[in-house]
Write a protein that binds this ligand. Structure first.
Ligand code: NAD
Length: 451
């Protein structure tokens, strides 16, 4: 079947109305949940093959994460789909106004390779909950996971409303030539621009979940050992291939010196003396990414890690100290297990450096000083700000997850997913009698001036 035919079939299903009843939506979400739990082992194996992802990490950050999203959605869906009453201005009374969420139609979800289960299926939870027909486009760079999706999704979900299209640039380009009612893209900004340009053709709304350099600032009010352990966990999970991983660290020379020691201990605590032998430490997704990362090593002084092995695409958890701001590792999103430390004179310089860069997807601040926390919140802009913990904000269902500026536009998770994949229709209902609008109909006599 051609891609155009696949999309046409989904549109036919959507137009027939089968995806709209809440019963269908709940059935799809329940089936998706069943797929993830019954076939958990197949997803774990695929993630192990694609990214050497430890099965426990796969449960927490991928499979279990999506199950949590589904449960949250199922728990609240009835309420979130109820029309919401809004106040009618006195001049229009008597009347009733409400907002009704309606599905937008046929939507496309394009996912990247780094969390290939979570980042494909979490948006799909919102798309289905909103009553849409969906095409899922997994990343070709996580081929084992893509194959499992292509095999299992049609087995569990209603093929009239849900289709998986595998493939790379050619297939995605062809998909982008179709008419969609929403495109939800997660990945890098270069392709994000291609997606946005293609969407313009049909005035299709897009959600862009992009990346960038997420900074972390640490001051001397926090325990360096505790901070280093948290930061190392967020940075080295999935071998640093996490969009919300701390990208680089800003600290005064004194704090940086204390953190250096603490990072050494933290990496040992998480992955043992030789992370290359740890079953909990991932690998770089492919040779191209490995070469890119290997070339970023060597800036400043290597205080933790630095080892690589091309054959197994291993890059050790690495911390680089005294990194100059113009080093290559500071000029692009790292997206790997390398943490450069840039020394600053204090919060003023840190805030200036953050504001000189693109707006990050996340900013992390480790400080017990409420004034400092407030300054970073109000004087910088980022998709999210985390105090004392990296990455975990995305597990809070009530928080919108998304970027701002170069790190993306639009957001999802929980009710925000429903909002993203729905049209919020304005509904106003006013009875014909009594006709209070007579007061403003022409002719505009002097007595009507006060309106
Ligand atoms: P990727 O290479 O898998 O690309 C993402 C998707 O775009 C894939 O499905 C791919 O097939 C498609 N694609 C690639 N080239 C294309 C083209 N020329 N035209 C049309 N489609 C194309 O993943 P990636 O972009 O390398 O992912 C890493 C980036 O994604 C990083 O920048 C990271 O920060 C960002 N990211 C963001 C989030 C988030 O939630 N905001 C999550 C994960 C990753």
């Amino acid at each position: 079947m051609t891609l155009a035919q696949t999309v046409a079939d989904l549109r036919h299903s959507f137009d027939s109305g089968i995806t709209k009843p809440r019963g269908w939506r709940v059935a799809q979400l329940t089936a998706l949940r069943r797929m993830l739990t019954e076939r958990s082992a197949e997803f774990e194996d695929a993630l192990l093959a694609d990214l050497a992802k430890n099965p426990t990490e796969s449960q927490v950050a991928e499979i279990g994460f999506v199950v949590g999203e589904i449960d949250h959605m199922l728990r609240h869906l009835r309420r979130w789909l109820r029309p919401r009453r809004v106040t009618v201005p006195g001049a229009l009374m008597p009347a009733r106004a409400s907002i009704v969420r309606e599905p937008v139609g046929v939507v496309l979800v394009i996912a990247p390779w780094n969390y290939p289960v979570q980042l494909l299926l979490a948006p799909v939870v919102g798309a289905l909950a909103a009553g849409n027909a969906v095409v899922l486009k997994p990343s070709e760079l996580a081929p084992a996971t893509s194959a499992v999706m292509a095999r299992l999704v049609p087995e569990y979900l209603d093929p009239r409303g849900v289709a998986v299209v595998e493939g790379g640039v050619d297939e995605t380009t062809e998909l982008l030539e179709q008419r969609w009612d929403h495109i939800f893209y997660t990945g890098n900004g270069r392709v994000g621009r291609i997606v946005a340009a293609a969407a313009v053709e049909n005035l299709t709304p897009v959600t862009l979940e992009l990346g960038g350099k997420s900074p972390v600032y640490v001051d001397d009010t926090v325990d360096p050992a505790a901070a280093a352990l948290r930061i190392a966990w967020g940075k080295f999970m999935n071998a640093g291939q996490t969009c919300v991983a701390p990208d680089y660290l800003l600290a005064t020379p004194a704090v940086a010196a204390r953190l250096t020691e603490a990072f050494r201990a933290a990496v040992t605590e998480l992955y043992g003396d030789d992370p290359a032998t740890s079953p909990d430490y991932g690998r770089i997704v492919n040779g191209r990414q490995f070469e890119r990362l290997a070339a970023l090593l060597g800036a400043g002084s290597t205080v933790v890690g630095g080892q690589t092995d091309a054959a197994t695409r291993y890059v050790a958890p690495t911390v680089l100290a005294d990194v100059p701001r113009d080093a290559p590792v500071m000029r692009e999103e790292i997206f790997g297990p390398i943490l450069p430390i840039v020394t600053v004179s204090g919060p003023d310089e840190a805030i200036r450096i953050i504001n000189e860069g693109d707006k990050p997807l996340a900013l992390y601040v480790f400080s017990e000083n409420p004034r400092i926390r407030k300054r970073f919140t109000t004087e910088t802009s980022s998709g999210a700000i985390g105090f004392g913990v990296p990455a975990a904000h995305l597990a809070v269902g009530g928080l919108p997850f998304g970027g701002v500026g170069d790190s993306g536009s639009g957001a999802y998770h929980g009710e925000n997913s429903l909002r993203t994949f729905s049209h919020e229709k304005a509904v106003l209902s006013k009875s014909l009698k009594p006709d209070t609008l007579k007061l403003i109909y022409p002719p505009y006599t002097a007595s009507k001036d006060r309106f």
